[in-house]
Write a protein that binds this ligand. Structure first.
Ligand code: SF4
Ligand code: SF4
Length: 205
């Protein structure tokens, strides 16, 4: 859940239509119209990626006239289905996935149950990936995969590239190779499994 208080303002005199802002926007809120960048404020989640990357310094972030709230409340959905999806992706439902926005696994799973099919949809619905824009793509992709949804990156976009393997997927040969060098993969997996299957703490229990 994220309260969005900022929006990009584009200086048409400076914009050169280079599309950098389109390539980096995690919610696909930017497009070109008549060779100038235009923002869809319904999709914008105020992350400032476009402002930070515009090579012409044509964008400044300004307060929104009215802040908007992006979020999915898992308490309004079938929590057992949310829990199943989280466990399949090996997340505890109450695990925080995005520390910038405080978005938990159950909220992302809720967005998927409501029909989100891509990381961009999920960012739009929950605000995840609109803080540092770096860390939380991996868990988003894992939850989509658990729901048997396999999105592909937007052609020409720089939003994300794919997911890396998890501790559970490390090949046996790699485990064996590093076993004598102070790596404890199986012990780590055991601890992670205990975290994932711990009882729920919150009111949804
Ligand atoms: S990155 Fe800047 S110059 Fe390039 S299209 Fe966007 S606003 Fe225009
Ligand atoms: S979501 Fe971020 S990158 Fe996209 S338009 Fe809004 S501020 Fe710019």
């Amino acid at each position: 859940m994220k309260m969005i208080t900022l929006m990009p303002v584009i200086d048409a005199q400076k914009c050169k239509g280079c599309k950098t802002c389109i390539r980096v926007c995690p919610t696909l809120a930017m497009k070109l119209e008549e060779k100038l960048a235009v923002v869809d404020l319904e999709r914008c989640r105020g992350c400032a990626n476009c402002e930070q990357r515009c090579p012409e310094y044509a964008i400044v972030m300004a307060p929104r006239p009215e802040p908007i709230l992006a979020g999915v409340d898992p308490a309004n959905l079938d929590y057992e289905k949310i829990r199943e999806l989280c466990l399949k992706a090996r997340f505890h439902p109450e695990q925080t996935l995005c520390y910038c926005t405080g978005t938990r696994a159950d909220e992302v799973a809720g967005a998927i149950l409501l029909g989100a099919k891509t990381p961009e949809d999920i960012s739009c619905m929950t605000g995840i990936r609109t803080g540092c824009k770096v860390e939380c793509i991996e868990p988003v992709l894992r939850l989509l995969e658990a729901a048997e949804i396999h999105p592909t990156p937007v052609p020409g976009g720089w939003q994300w590239y794919g997911r890396t393997i998890t501790a559970w997927e490390i090949p046996v040969s790699v485990k064996q190779k590093y076993a004598s060098r102070g790596f404890y993969f199986d012990e780590d997996i055991e601890i992670l499994d205990r975290v994932v299957s711990a009882p729920l703490q919150g009111k949804e229990q």
